[in-house]
Design a protein around this ligand. Structure first.
Ligand code: CA
Length: 232
């Protein structure tokens, strides 16, 4: 969390490749972010330990450790930080594991810097969005300002993208919502689609609702279309 609304968002770039890392850190600093750059998993853990940033751009291929483990430990420390994983195109399975382990989004190398920066902007902008302060449907209630969620009075802990996803579905409770619409609103409209990101997040939200005692099929799958939040 930023200390005040005027403080520039803090971004941590975790990337061992000197050219990619310095290029990204430099470009993001020019975009107005407060940027730190870690080249190893150990450096990243230390910097996050000092102060949790608003967004972490995490290369999974680090010289001194497993980016997936780092991702999980970052997520344990903060439910609020946005984690965007960067991975080689051949490692989509790793990216999906990272999403399961707490990442909010992933990008494949090679990426176009201008697109990546647009995507980070979108992530950070949405973080500040409050939308309607309260949303509820069926047993689910969301406090958008506090970023808290309850199922039948029992609080559940949602990651940022899970919260946004559930908010869109709850706001449209009883109505079908297209997959493309969810990707556009919760992720980024100008980014090449990977529906795995959406699938993993829906699965995780379903699990959390069910763990809190709600029905497994609260979020119904509409084959070839999208999802619907059931109100009954
Ligand atoms: Ca690397």
């Amino acid at each position: 969390m930023s200390d005040s609304v005027d403080a520039p968002p803090r971004v941590l770039v975790v990337e061992d490749d000197r050219d990619v890392g310095s290029g990204l850190a430099g470009a993001l600093a020019l975009d107005g972010y407060e940027v730190r750059w870690a080249r190893t998993s150990a450096d990243a853990a230390r910097l996050v330990g000092d102060r949790v940033p608003d967004l972490i751009l995490l290369d999974l291929g680090l010289p001194d450790g497993d980016g997936l483990e780092l991702c999980a430990s970052i997520r344990e420390r903060s439910a609020e930080v946005v984690v965007v994983v960067v991975t080689a195109r051949t490692d989509e399975a790793d990216a999906v594991r990272a999403l399961d382990g707490g990442a909010d989004d992933f990008v494949m190398k090679p990426f176009r810097p201008v697109e990546l920066r647009a995507r980070l902007r979108a992530h950070l902008r949405r973080r500040g969005d409050t939308g309607p302060p309260e949303l509820s449907a069926g047993p689910v209630r969301l406090d958008q300002r506090a970023r808290r969620a309850w199922v039948g009075g029992r609080e559940i802990e949602l990651r940022p993208k899970e919260h946004e996803l559930l908010a869109v579905l709850v706001a449209a409770a009883g109505e079908a919502v297209r997959r493309e619409h969810l990707m556009d609103v919760v992720w980024d409209e100008h980014w090449s689609r990977s529906t795995k990101t959406l699938d993993v997040h829906v699965a995780s939200v379903r699990r959390k609702l069910a763990d809190a005692g709600d029905r497994w099929d609260r979020i119904a799958t509409l084959r070839g279309y999208g999802y619907r939040f059931e109100t009954d």
